[in-house]
Design a protein around this ligand. Structure first.
Ligand code: NAD
Length: 519
């Protein structure tokens, strides 16, 4: 970001004299990278204006190697740093992020496009994981059993892995990295973040705040770039584990390449989240929830509701209520307080999302609300705008249903029964989040028991677990066994060791060639 990287390369970016924008370079060994000129740079856009606002360096294997070396060099001392000291760095970091929450939100909004209040919300949700990590002395406690055999004790400990990597998507440039590095670092690992090249600035501000909090150089590093950087991280012999969050094809690839290279991998993928509305539900509550969860952050959330499953006979009434609410949504630049929904992240993504409206209609869906005609208040003409849309009468065979659209398009599927609705949800290849809206506790319980999805809401449309639970989906939404943060996060970033110990006493007993069993 500007402060971190305004140095060496700032005026050297191709076209910088014309653009005079910010310049993001890597953060390695506690400072901005000052090595060789990058072979490649990418442009950073402000989605609300459609203009280039800066450039970001793309790492090659050489910069990745430098980051791994810095992290590896920092590991022995950091690992020996006491739990209480590591926790104290997290406490200090928490305070700094709170102080700079609005600044971070502004950086995110200017590159992602989401409205500033939403960006502040993602920082707050990330902070919950930092707060969880402050409890690391408790979280890595092992067990101790005295006298497993007479005079013999057994205990278990969990130890850090070494250099671990986080590869993150554009849609939560602060929160998703904060799902990973607070626990990884607090547990004694050193960390390399490869954030999205679309909105890289928040990661560098975070690096600065971690340094200010007292984190030693090399414990947290950032390398920017795309596939080349990811590939170098996945096969680097110095990397022990990889956490990935992004789209399903890349998650599958990261999982396959990373595990083949001997890494521990957790790879969270895409989503198609269904909200089932039963006929007894409060339809105003359900309509509010569908609009909030469908169009918040312009639908660019992995937990966004993208499919509404309306169980007969409430479909017409529910779609009408949603239409009334959608018409009132204020679409505009993220830095304007009255905006409720911002632009999409790139022009190409906006165009792709919009193409599903035509595809849906061609397949027989009904375009109940066309976001292409929604007014944009205060937005530049070249911004990546697309208002909220509702596609009704969608069938599971249509491309607008099959694909993860990842934009402000809510598809409505009508079903005749609870069983049919459950069948639709369970037949979908994704299994990230889902929700049921009903006033029947028995129906809600049955749904939570039967649905094949990792995170379930009951009258809650976006059931993102708190930091002390773990976040993760099922099926094509997760490759690997371990969800992020919570106790599963602690488990992922540590490995167990079981120790059996005998301190000699006069009865130690002499030679015994038998297998050790309890007598
Ligand atoms: P993406 O898969 O395009 O990119 C994610 C990361 O992978 C980025 O750092 C990117 O630079 C890198 N990358 C992209 N293409 C690559 C390739 N071919 N090889 C190696 N690395 C590559 O995802 P995105 O567009 O940034 O983010 C949106 C996606 O992330 C959506 O599918 C969304 O559902 C998903 N997501 C999932 C969760 C979850 O918890 N399951 C959370 C947030 C976002």
């Amino acid at each position: 970001m500007t402060r971190a990287s305004a140095g060496k390369h700032a005026s050297e970016a191709p076209g910088a004299e014309k653009r005079a924008g910010k310049h993001c370079t890597h953060w390695i060994g506690g400072k901005p990278w000052t090595g060789a000129e990058p072979a490649r740079r990418g442009d950073i856009y402000n989605p609300a204006t459609g203009q280039v606002t800066g450039t970001v360096d793309f790492a090659t294997a050489a910069e990745v190697d430098a980051a791994v070396n810095a992290a590896a060099a920092a590991f022995p001392a950091w690992r020996e740093t006491s739990l209480v000291k590591r926790a104290s760095v997290m406490f200090a970091f928490r305070e700094l992020v709170r102080q700079h929450q609005a600044e971070l939100a502004g950086l995110i909004s200017a590159e992602h496009g989401k409205v500033a209040s939403d960006a502040a919300g993602e920082v707050a949700r990330g902070l919950e994981v930092v707060e969880f990590a402050c409890g690391i002395p408790h979280l890595v406690k092992g067990a101790f059993s005295e006298n497993v055999s007479t005079g013999v004790d057994a205990y278990s400990i969990r130890q850090p892995l070494g250099v671990v990597v986080g590869i993150t998507p554009f849609n939560f440039p602060a929160m998703v990295p904060m799902w990973m590095f607070p626990i990884a670092i607090a547990a004694g690992n050193t960390f390399i973040l490869k954030p999205s090249e679309k909105d890289p600035s928040a990661s560098l501000r975070i690096a600065e705040l971690l340094a200010e909090a007292g984190l030693p150089d090399g414990v947290f590093n950032v390398v920017h770039g795309g596939k080349e950087a990811v590939d170098a991280l996945l096969i680097h012999p110095g990397v022990r584990a990889v956490s990935f969050v992004g789209s399903t094809p890349v998650a599958r690839y990261v999982s396959e390449v990373g595990t083949a290279a001997g890494k521990r991998v957790q790879a969270l993928g895409g989503a198609k989240n269904h909200m089932v509305v039963l006929p007894d539900a409060d339809l105003d509550l359900a309509a509010d929830a569908a609009v909030s969860a469908g169009f918040g952050s312009a639908g660019e959330r992995c937990m966004a509701i993208s499919v509404l499953v309306a169980v007969d006979p409430i479909g017409d009434e529910l779609v009408a209520k949603i239409g009334e609410r959608v018409a009132k949504l204020k679409v505009g630049p993220g830095d304007q307080p009255e905006s409720e929904m911002g632009p999409l992240v790139t022009r190409a993504h906006r165009d792709k999302v919009a193409s599903y409206l035509d595809a849906g209609v061609a397949d027989g869906a009904v375009l109940a609300v066309d976001g292409r005609t929604h007014p944009v208040t205060g937005g530049a003409a070249d911004g990546f705008w697309l208002g909220p849309s509702v596609l009704d009468q969608v069938r599971p065979a249509m491309s607008c249903y099959l694909d993860e659209i990842f934009g402000p398009v809510l598809s409505v599927v009508r079903t005749g029964s609870y069983e049919e609705a459950l069948g639709v949800v369970n037949a979908n290849p994704y299994g990230n989040g889902t929700a049921i809206f009903t006033n029947d506790g028995g129906a809600a319980r049955k749904f939570t028991h039967e649905v094949e999805v990792g995170m379930v809401g009951i009258n809650v449309p976006i059931p993102v677990p708190m930091a002390f639970y773990s976040f993760g989906g099922w099926k094509a939404s997760l490759f690997g066994d371990t969800h992020v943060h919570g106790t599963e996060g602690v488990h992922f970033y540590t490995r167990g060791k079981a120790i059996t110990s005998r301190w000699l006493d006069p009865s130690h007993g002499g030679v015994n060639l038998g297998f050790p069993v309890n007598q």
